[in-house]
Write a new protein. Structure first.
Length: 363
């Protein structure tokens, strides 16, 4: 195929995990693109089994850019809209994850200056409603290299719910935890594991936020877990639950929830935003949104800013609890979510890279 370059974040957060999965697929195909790591950061510490051959291939791709990259060759970039007006190529393909239901004029301008790929039809519709025509949907894949089903028991005799993601208003964590507590708090038959964090918050601010969510009370069956430094540990966490909760008010995809359902876990999912690309009534218990709220939290989303303006989906507490009860019944009927396992075949990084290559050949 034609020469091309990649501009990717290589780190341990969600964007970085997706980037490494894509790089593995390019490597498996014997391709040799020029690689520009975003911010020149190259962190593979969370990956458990990086072979020397793969590391050498990555190094050769990074070094290749200095002598072989051309601005006339297409470049595939995975990044936020903020920071994507800049480009190493005149033919930039931007793959971005947009969680809200609106675009600012700045975001529209950046989108128009890129060949755009987004992770869900929901996001595609947001761009198209703003007259952005150069946009297509590119679903993610199941990361079979890092995540696999483990049959070992964890908290036997209890039904375990998992809640994941960055602690912020967008994720609806406060509403989810408080609703769950009303039904299951201090009930020894149920556990809520919260793998939620925020590297942009000071530890005291994070602790204060958690205390506010719990309203100063303590619950022996609500556990807050620290950041997991290795994917193998995160795989154990995903496998340790029976039911995953995905109730974010705005998602580009929902990686932790997606990986969990693909591992055969039952799920309670808000039927909105990027979740709808893969979560359906066959593999999840769906909760219909009951309205919207503004996204502004004064920390990450500022009203009137150049980026991240819009609304988030909300849900009814009683409907959420009803869905949890239905998911519990589903688990008791069959511990494995058989329809969830099908996601491993329906969504693969081979399919993702097939489409990336197709777009690279077209630009």
């Amino acid at each position: 195929m034609r020469d091309f370059s990649l501009n990717l974040p290589v780190n341990s957060v969600s964007f970085g995990q997706v980037s490494v999965a894509l790089l593995r697929e390019f490597y498996a195909r014997g391709l040799q693109p020029c690689l520009f790591p975003i911010s020149d950061q190259f962190d593979l510490a969370c990956q458990d089994d990086i072979t020397e051959d793969f590391k050498n291939w990555l190094t050769s791709c990074v070094n290749k850019r200095w002598e072989h990259h051309s601005r006339s060759n297409p470049i595939f970039k995975l990044w936020h809209l903020n920071g994507s007006l800049e480009s190493f190529s005149e033919k930039q393909i931007l793959y971005t994850f947009h969680e809200l239901d609106e675009l600012t004029n700045t975001e529209k301008n950046i989108a128009k200056n890129n060949r755009l790929l987004v992770s869900s039809d929901f996001t595609k519709s947001v761009f198209e409603s703003s007259s952005i025509e150069n946009v297509d949907t590119l679903p993610l894949g199941f990361d079979s290299h890092n995540f696999r089903v483990k049959k070992q028991g964890y908290l036997k005799g209890r039904i375990v719910f998992n809640l994941s993601g960055k602690l912020e208003r967008r994720k609806n964590h406060k509403e989810v935890i408080q609703s769950w507590i009303k039904k299951y708090g201090n009930n020894k038959e149920y556990v809520l594991q919260c793998a939620i964090s925020n590297p942009f918050l000071k530890s005291e601010d994070f602790s204060r936020a958690i205390n506010e969510i719990l309203e100063g009370k303590s619950y022996f069956n609500v556990n807050f877990l620290g950041t997991m430094q290795k994917n193998s540990l995160y795989n154990d966490y995903l496998n340790s639950c029976n039911i995953v909760l995905g109730m974010s008010g705005g998602e580009g995809w929902g990686l932790p929830e997606f990986q969990s359902v693909a591992l055969g876990k039952h799920a309670v999912m808000l039927n909105a935003s990027g979740y709808r690309e893969w979560a359906n009534k066959e593999n999840s218990v769906l909760v219909q949104p009951n309205g919207k709220k503004d996204s502004y939290d004064g920390v990450f989303f500022h009203k009137g800013g150049l980026f991240n303006q819009g609304s988030l989906f909300t849900f009814d507490e009683d409907e959420f609890i009803d869905a949890c009860e239905k998911a519990v019944d589903n688990f008791k009927s069959n511990e494995v979510n058989e329809n969830g396992l099908k996601l491993q075949e329906d969504f693969t990084y081979k399919k993702t890279v097939d489409k990336i290559i197709k777009v690279i050949e077209e630009v």
